[in-house]
Design a protein around this ligand. Structure first.
Ligand code: ADP
Ligand code: ASP
Ligand code: MG
Length: 410
């Protein structure tokens, strides 16, 4: 009788070369021989996706998103076929499937497609035949039967989507660190591994730049109540469980520090000080699918004011173009654009009941001589904008300042 249905996802560094693929094959077959049904979702090997993007740029820097998806989806196909071969070599029944074979239907948004549903019949049929199923992460097909990709880091979301569709008992995200830490362990050596974290805090950390999980995977895991675990494919140590409620909720009121270098700031200087101007600016940006994050409006001087806001780096040029093209309806003196900024954030569900968190964060930055450009707060996070060259140091000094709370050393 089947023990459990387990979905295991392996990231790029976990399948980077032949030896690592054999290692992954051993993890998958070990789970299978223990009596479980296993679906494994793989990313492309190592830096393959980046290399493919570079290759495309050599041919045509303005390639269509459709053809980019056709190209980028191949990386996952290579790693999946190789892993299936490694499993065959271990005399274990296995089949590899591309995203469309596995039933991934997405919307038509090439390059950043959303999963509409996973028609998992083929996967179920293969599992019934007692085969291990290997599925390409990061991709599906749209209504035109074109291949689409889910956005960078999207294989995590593929794995959670399969786990949700199959009502899997567990979804394990294998990566190159032991779990979710209080800050990027490559940046902050004394960061602590969290045994557990809530969906909400993880979603916030992932959205604020902690790349260890794709933020959409966490959103989906929460919605479908998927049992999620982040762990290392190298160490064999227990990882971090991501769930609705965690034990020790009272113990620590902050869970981590995150950094996002992938943002840009636009400042509209000398805007006419009339009602409706913010409405005009942000509805125009929304119409052009530009997502705006932090917004700051200066107190009006006589008849003008300034409005600054941040967007993803990839939207910077579009945002500027849209505003420049509409100077008839939105009058301003000039637009300053900067992409040498980063957002550093502190996250924690218990923050709302602990006054002074923001002040302590600002104090740490002040002591380190780091200037704050913008601030944004919510019940569960405080974010500051700093110069990109200060970002790594900012993460370290903030982590140090909250060390006792973050590491549980009371
Ligand atoms: P994969 O290729 O397995 O998907 P990623 O590179 O996407 O792996 O994510 C893992 C990386 O996330 C780690 O190597 C680590 O540097 C980074 N990271 C950033 N913030 C955190 C955090 N809070 N905890 C753990 N890892 C983090
Ligand atoms: N290979 C894709 C990327 O590098 C998807 C992933 O790794 O999750 O973004
Ligand atoms: Mg990843």
């Amino acid at each position: 009788m089947r023990m459990a249905l387990i979905v295991q996802k392996f990231g790029g560094s976990s399948v980077a070369d032949a030896e690592r693929i054999r290692n992954v094959a051993r993890i998958i077959t070990g789970t299978y021989w223990a009596g479980n049904d296993v679906v494994a979702v793989l990313s492309a090997q190592g830096d393959t996706t980046d290399d493919l993007i570079e290759k495309a740029a050599e041919i045509n820097p303005h390639a269509s998103k459709r053809e980019m998806d056709m190209l980028l989806s191949t990386g996952e196909q290579v790693s999946c076929a190789l892993c299936a071969m490694a499993i065959e070599a271990l005399d274990c029944p296995v089949v590899s499937l591309t995203g469309w074979q596995a039933g991934f239907r997405t919307n038509s948004g090439y390059g950043n497609a959303r999963i509409k549903r996973v028609k998992a019949d083929r996967i179920r049929t293969e599992l019934d035949k007692k085969r291990i199923v290997i599925v390409t992460g990061f991709q599906g097909i749209n209504k035109y039967e074109d291949i689409t990709t889910l956005g960078r880091g999207g294989s995590d979301t593929s794995a959670v989507a399969i786990a949700a569709a199959l009502h899997a008992d567990l979804c394990q995200i294998y990566t190159d660190v032991d779990g979710v830490y209080t800050a990027d362990p490559r940046l902050v050596p004394n960061a602590r591994k969290l045994d557990e974290i809530t969906y909400d805090e993880m979603l916030e950390l992932a959205s604020l730049g902690a790349q260890v999980l794709h933020n959409r995977s966490v959103e989906m895991a929460k919605r479908y109540n998927v049992n999620l675990e982040v762990l290392s494919s190298f160490s064999g140590k227990p990882g971090t469980k991501v769930k609705e409620v965690v034990k020790n909720m009272e113990k620590s009121y902050i869970s981590g520090v995150a950094k996002d270098k992938n943002i840009a700031r636009l400042a509209l200087v000398g805007l006419e000080n009339s009602p409706g101007i913010a409405y005009k600016i942000f509805s125009l940006l929304a119409k052009n699918n530009v997502n705006v994050d932090i917004i700051l409006q200066s107190i009006g001087r006589s008849d003008t004011k300034d409005i600054s806001f941040t967007v993803a780096k990839s939207d910077m040029d579009l945002a500027r173009k849209v505003l420049e093209e509409n100077r008839d309806s939105i009058r301003f003196d000039r637009i300053d654009v900067s992409d040498n900024i980063a957002k550093v954030s502190i996250v924690g569900a218990g923050m709302v009941n602990n006054p002074g968190v923001a002040a302590r964060m600002f104090e740490a930055l002040f002591n380190a001589g780091i200037n704050i450009n913008m601030i944004s707060t919510s019940e569960i996070k405080v974010s500051v904008l700093v110069h990109i060259d200060d970002a790594d140091r900012a993460v370290r000094v903030i982590h140090d300042r909250f060390y006792d709370e973050l590491t549980g050393e009371q």
